[in-house]
Design a protein around this ligand. Structure first.
Ligand code: NAD
Ligand code: TYD
Length: 350
């Protein structure tokens, strides 16, 4: 029996993780703490919301007293921390809220856990979910290893790097039971359409321009979100305290090549002439400080804990495109209202 606090469980990765844990471990109680920002959506968890081993608590991770109360109410013995501001472009416009949520929010959770666990760390765990973006940007060669020095460039990655440092500081200073994972870019269902893949799938469907930053030559390393959730499950149960694990599937794509795959897939599934939507590609001003290449080496996770991705990219992207085409209501619900304002401001359209 475990009482696991998952933060940010109503977001993209969090909802996949919550679903996995609730279904796979009927004896665990999963408490999903989420303040429901624009990125949090309880629709993502409709299929498990009535399960007896699941509870949703609306709470800001920065609210230390309320977080402590949740620890008491549910006798929390483990934390898997995903709640964050997660979009690089938003961090460029508003770095303050990223520092607040990602740094102060993480610190508030660490403090609450340390206070409530009262120095008895037996069978306790604070698992911090982070990103490969803390390592900075690669040239043409090489990979991020767990030992790669931190070199964040965006306000988002700087705030995540800072939160990672706080988690390590708690381990080193207080003997606090922590583990950290740093994952590459995720894709799959329920991703908010501010990120490249859902945004472009939606725009291709609607015949809207596809705003490619710079020359489209930046490289990202893509992992299917369910495989990230599986990796978190493995690390949560078998990871060594104080350790860091990189998560990735050795699956690098130049943005423009990935975009062409999405175009072909959407066109084919919609019965359009394959590739006809390439005319929507529109090169726009590059993102400020745009990291050139991310590539993660997850050999440690494979060798130590036996995790490997379950899906090839071709299969994953096909599944993902199909899901967005079959779940138009989900997309329409979140792209009406505030999203329109965001989109106009971010992409300078009227
Ligand atoms: P997301 O933006 O889809 O979801 C974030 C969730 O956190 C939302 O449900 C939001 O409501 C919640 N939240 C935000 N501020 C909060 C606060 N103050 N209190 C409580 N809840 C709050 O993000 P995601 O893409 O699912 O990412 C989840 C985590 O994984 C983040 O920590 C992110 O840095 C990390 N990560 C993401 C990726 C990726 O490709 N998306 C890759 C590696 C790591
Ligand atoms: P994104 O999904 O925002 O993830 P991240 O910046 O965290 O890697 O972007 C993925 C890549 O796609 C990144 O190189 C920026 C690029 N991109 C565009 O070219 N146009 C867009 O509209 C967006 C959102 C991203």
């Amino acid at each position: 029996m475990k009482n696991i606090l998952v933060t940010g469980g109503a977001g993209f990765i969090g909802s996949h993780l919550v679903r996995l844990l609730v279904n796979k471990y009927p004896k665990y109680h999963i408490v999903n703490m989420d303040v429901l920002t624009y990125a949090g959506n309880l629709e993502n968890l409709k299929d498990i919301q009535d399960k007896v081993n699941y509870t949703f608590v609306k709470c800001d991770i920065c609210d230390l007293e309320k977080v402590k109360q949740v620890f008491k109410d549910y006798q929390i013995d483990s934390v898997i921390h995903l709640a964050a501001e997660s979009h690089v472009d938003r961090s460029i416009k508003d770095p303050f809220s990223f520092a607040q949520t990602n740094i102060m929010g993480t610190l508030s959770l660490l403090q609450a856990a340390k206070f409530e666990w009262q120095g008895d760390f037996k069978d306790k765990l604070f698992y911090h979910v982070s990103t490969d973006e803390v390592y900075g940007s690669l040239g043409e060669d090489g990979y991020f290893l767990e030992t790669t020095a931190y070199d964040p460039h965006s306000p988002y990655s700087a705030s995540k790097a800072s939160s990672d440092h706080f988690v390590r500081a708690f381990h080193d200073t207080y003997g606090f039971p922590t583990v950290i994972s740093n994952c590459s870019n995720n894709y799959g269902s329920f991703q908010f359409p501010e990120k490249l893949i859902p945004l472009f799938i939606n725009n291709i469907c609607l015949n809207k321009p596809l705003p490619v930053y710079g020359k489209g030559e930046n490289v990202r390393d893509w992992l299917f979100v369910n495989d990230h959730a599986r990796a978190i499950d493995v690390i949560f149960h078998k990871g060594r305290l104080g350790e860091t694990y990189n998560i990735g599937g050795f699956n690098e794509w130049k943005n423009i090549d990935l975009i062409k795959v999405m175009i072909k897939t959407v066109d084919r599934l919609l019965g359009r002439e394959e590739g006809v939507s390439e005319k929507l590609i529109t090169y726009v001003t590059d993102r400020a400080g745009h990291d050139v290449r991310y590539a993660i080496d997850s050999t440690k996770l494979k060798n130590e804990l036996g995790w490997e991705p379950s899906l090839q990219f071709e299969e994953g992207i096909e599944k993902t495109v199909k899901w967005y085409l079959e779940n138009k209501d989900w997309m329409e619900n979140i792209t009406s209202g505030d999203y329109q304002k965001y989109y106009k401001e971010m992409y300078n359209v009227n």
